[in-house]
Design a protein around this ligand. Structure first.
Ligand code: TTP
Ligand code: CA
Length: 367
């Protein structure tokens, strides 16, 4: 089997970088983004800070008053978190990432895995250039920098990425992956929280290398079969988890308000056309097939109704949605005389080309 080439991209000092993006003048100053609790003017905690502020000892989670004290005498700038804005930036970057990968998996607002095996023909040399290209593209289009880790699987890509930030690009080829992990503290592995770490110390395991050499049968006795085997594999740089979109939605829908209340089919379809475009875009992004199309209606008396149709064979095309939306509205308007105020389009009954495997990492509590 061909080697996989997996990338993890992690945006640099994300919230603070977003603030720099819309206020370029602050780029050379310490920047702190925080959540203000509102109790007193200064109470709250640091969400993140740029690397200049970090030099003064500012860390995520630190009370804001402490960050302020550490940065006394500097021209630090503080911001309140603005999730809506950060989400918008994140969406734009994720959209670009998607276009570069066969399989894509967003793990948080600022982290995503890309399986680029096909694009780089399994070559880690090509992967370096490829990652540079993505970095430049994102910088040009959105203005955000990020760090990249590249490895034969998700586990290695993640640890590689963490090892060099900001604007890092770290490549760990398959034949050195085990050695790369060996000297790291065992708690760098996903799933090794405080409690597990203590247990491991009792077993004489301090580094990932110690864990790799530890008897697998004994690990199973201590941690149970699934987790014992996971630890054994992870420590030996083995991780077969596929890169795939997480938490599939059960349905994808969009709702909008009509410019005026109406019973006119064509007027309504103008609106549903836009909604269908949006729904379909998401269907394509997530590479889904669907078996059900539904419409949703809110009438002028604020009563709401929905109608749906289910077909035997899954569909992947927009025309199917449009056709069924039209038919459903035609029928609905025949039954109802009240004018309509809001309309919605929904698709559901999803299937994927490949079956979804359970994520091993779901078994863990990270802490
Ligand atoms: P991280 O990726 O952990 O941090 P970061 O992007 O700020 O910095 P780095 O360059 O080290 O990757 O977290 C992503 C965002 O999540 C971060 O910008 C702010 C938010 N966050 C919090 O709100 N609270 C926290 O305690 C942490 C760790 C992050
Ligand atoms: Ca980050």
């Amino acid at each position: 089997m061909q080697n996989r080439v997996v990338m993890l991209a992690d945006f640099d000092y994300f919230y603070a970088q977003c603030e720099e993006l819309r206020n370029p003048a602050i780029k050379d100053k310490p920047v702190v983004v925080g959540v203000y609790s509102g109790r007193t003017e200064e109470s709250g905690a640091v969400s993140t800070s740029n690397y200049i502020a970090r030099k003064y000892g500012v860390k995520s989670g630190m009370p804001l008053f402490l960050a302020k004290r550490k940065l006394e005498g500097t021209d630090v700038v503080f911001f309140k978190v603005d999730h809506e804005y950060y989400d918008q930036i994140s969406d734009r970057v994720m959209q670009i990432f998607r276009s570069y990968a066969t399989n894509f998996e967003q793990v948080s607002v600022d982290e995503a895995y890309l399986d680029v095996t096909e694009q780089v023909e399994g070559s880690f040399e090509k992967a370096r250039d490829y990652a540079q290209k993505i970095k430049i593209d994102v910088k040009n289009q959105v203005g955000i920098s990020f760090s990249v880790g590249i490895g034969p699987n998700k586990l290695i890509a993640k640890i590689a990425c963490d090892s060099q930030k900001p604007d890092g690009l770290t490549i760990v080829k398959p034949h050195v992956a085990k050695v790369f992990l060996e000297s790291l503290d065992v708690d760098r592995l996903l799933g090794v929280g405080k409690k597990t770490s203590i247990k491991m110390t009792e077993l004489g395991i301090r580094t990932v290398g110690d864990l790799a050499k530890f008897d697998c049968q004994r690990l199973i006795e201590v941690f149970g079969k699934v987790i014992g085997i996971y630890f054994h594999n992870a420590a030996n740089a083995v991780d077969n988890e596929p890169v795939q979109e997480q938490g599939d939605a059960e349905s994808i829908s969009r709702i909008g308000t009509l410019k005026q209340d109406t019973c006119d089919l064509e007027f309504i379809l103008q609106k549903t056309e836009e909604l269908t475009d949006d729904v379909f875009k998401e269907v394509v992004e997530k590479n889904l097939s669907f078996k059900q199309v539904a419409i949703y209606v809110v009438r002028t008396d604020l009563s709401s109704k929905s109608r749906s149709v289910t077909f035997d064979q899954p569909s992947k095309d927009k025309e199917t949605i449009r056709r069924h939306v039209r038919v459903l509205f035609e029928k609905f308007l025949n039954e109802s005389t009240l004018e309509i105020r809001r309309v919605g389009v929904k698709v559901s009954g999803f299937s994927r080309e490949e079956p979804k495997q359970k994520q091993l990492s779901n078994f863990f509590q990270i802490g």
